[in-house]
Ligand binder design. Structure first.
Ligand code: GSH
Length: 203
């Protein structure tokens, strides 16, 4: 059976749990702390030399990077999440890679330095610099979503899943300036598999 290493409170693990829910995959989830005593241990480094979660073990095939894991699972299981049209497949890659470059760290840093960290540890200059990168990225998503309901073809795909899952923290931000992005994000997170992954995080 597919094994997923990582805790449910990690947004990158949540992304993979959401994908498994969409596909209807059974899996065993292993809490890294319980199994290995931590991420930075020889046991876990043997699986993932980055010492980060998630990692999967699919009958001996070891893979890390949440978005790559989702491409693999969606493609392997012939899920409608993975578009058949090579152009749509390319758009899945485009948006997933784009998100890791333009928004991933920026949104985490913004939320940390505006609300998540204890007040004394917040650095307003980090929040400001992050926001200045997030605005043009949100504008780019807004422009794409004005043209199409979904990011990679006519239906919800692993591209939408990867980007919406990564934008988990944006659900708590005021997105009124980006109505298409706001509606798309909420549409994605209204999916039963997304709600289930979110419930696992909050359990
Ligand atoms: N690009 C990687 C990022 C992995 C990552 O940064 N994971 C975080 C959790 S979301 C982690 O392992 N952090 C170390 C920790 O929580 O101790 C992916 O998408 O899988």
């Amino acid at each position: 059976m597919l094994k997923i290493y990582g805790r449910t409170t990690s947004s990158n693990v949540q992304k993979v749990l959401w994908c498994c829910g969409e596909i209807g995959l059974d899996f065993e989830r292993i809490d890294i702390d319980a199994a290995f005593g931590g991420l930075k241990t020889p046991g876990y480094f043997a699986l993932n030399p980055n010492g980060l979660m998630p990692t999967i073990d699919d009958d001996g095939f070891i893979l890390s990077e949440s978005m790559a894991i989702n491409f693999y699972l969606a493609k392997k299981h012939n899920s409608p999440l993975f578009p058949k049209d090579p152009k749509h497949e390319a758009l899945v890659l485009q948006w997933s890679l784009w998100e890791t470059d333009r928004l991933d760290r920026q949104i985490v840093n913004y939320c940390r330095h505006t609300k998540d960290l204890p007040e004394a540890e917040r650095k307003p200059e980090v929040a400001k610099a992050s926001w200045e990168e997030m605005v043009p990225a949100f504008d780019a998503l807004e422009a794409a979503l004005k043209k199409s309901e979904w990011l990679a073809g006519p239906a919800f795909s692993v591209g939408d899943l990867n980007v919406a899952a990564a934008l988990f923290r944006a659900l708590t931000l005021d997105l009124a300036k980006w109505p298409k992005l706001n509606a798309w994000l909420r549409r994605c997170w209204e999916r039963p598999a997304a709600k289930k992954a979110k419930a696992m995080r909050e359990a």
